[in-house]
Design a protein around this ligand. Structure first.
Ligand code: THU
Length: 131
């Protein structure tokens, strides 16, 4: 699959980052199993712990609109290198995606790498463990 479209959406949402405390902008875009795409940015807070990452913004937007399964998520940060999702976001991706969900780590539309969720969250604790 060509992830350029997904990365474009993530880049667009990175511009909407509310990140005046860290000055670190992140954008994310998620392709759900329906074919719909949702974007999100990081949203910081004067009470730092209330900050929400771009990935979770996009996930919660989609899930609250009735989306079910994450197939792929593109992430663009402010680093010269690829920006990986934080630990909390990896866990939330695992809640709504299979272990082969695609994690697209992008610098721009032409420079990205793709990993399976299982590669960045080995030994995940998931709902399967609670059956
Ligand atoms: N951040 C994200 O939005 N996603 C990540 O994957 C890493 C960190 C945000 C949270 C905070 O607003 C800023 O980046 C610095 O941690």
């Amino acid at each position: 699959m060509d992830y350029k479209e997904l990365i474009k959406v993530a880049l667009k949402y990175r511009e909407r980052a509310y990140s005046q405390y860290s000055n670190f902008k992140v954008g994310a875009a998620i392709l759900f199993d329906s074919g719909n795409i949702y974007g999100g940015c990081n949203i910081e807070n004067a009470s730092f712990g209330a900050t929400n990452c771009a990935e979770r913004t996009a996930i919660f937007k989609g899930i609250s609109e009735g989306e079910k399964e994450i197939r792929a998520i593109a992430i663009v940060g402010d680093l010269d290198d690829y920006t990986y999702p934080c630990g909390i976001c990896r866990q939330v991706i695992a809640e709504f995606g299979k272990m082969d969900a695609k994690i697209v780590l992008a610098k721009n539309e032409d420079d990205y790498i793709v990993k399976d969720l299982s590669e960045i969250l080995p030994g995940a604790f998931t709902k399967e463990n609670l059956k």
